[in-house]
Write a protein that binds this ligand. Structure first.
Ligand code: ZN
Length: 107
């Protein structure tokens, strides 16, 4: 199991914990496992997965810009990330953007 702190591949188990031999970071492997299975749902409660196509369900304005992504715009090949805007995707005419799962619907 790689170290969640520095990514080093040589770690060892100490009691219930896992320890990194490079940076000495100590973590509970069971907690990390739960974090990795974070699930994402669209506005209608349909589960989303990497590579899905979604449709924007309301007009979205970009921060600090007059550009608006219109309701009904299709975003292709989404990537789910553990951030405030939890979808990264490509939208025709806009390029690479971030969206929130609550404002999209799975196609
Ligand atoms: Zn480490």
């Amino acid at each position: 199991m790689n170290c969640p702190s520095c990514g080093f591949e040589y770690t060892y188990a100490l009691d219930d914990m896992q320890v990194c031999s490079a940076c000495q970071f100590t973590w509970n492997p069971n907690e990390v496992k739960e974090e990795n299975v974070k699930r994402y749902f669209d506005a209608h409660g349909t589960e989303l997965f990497d590579g899905d196509d979604v449709i924007v369900i309301k007009d979205l304005r970009f921060k600090g810009s007059s550009d608006v992504i219109k309701q009904g715009t299709k975003a292709q090949n989404i990537k789910l990330v553990d951030k405030d805007h939890d979808i990264e995707c490509r939208v025709l005419g806009f390029g690479f953007i971030s969206l929130k799962t609550e404002f999209v619907k799975k196609v």
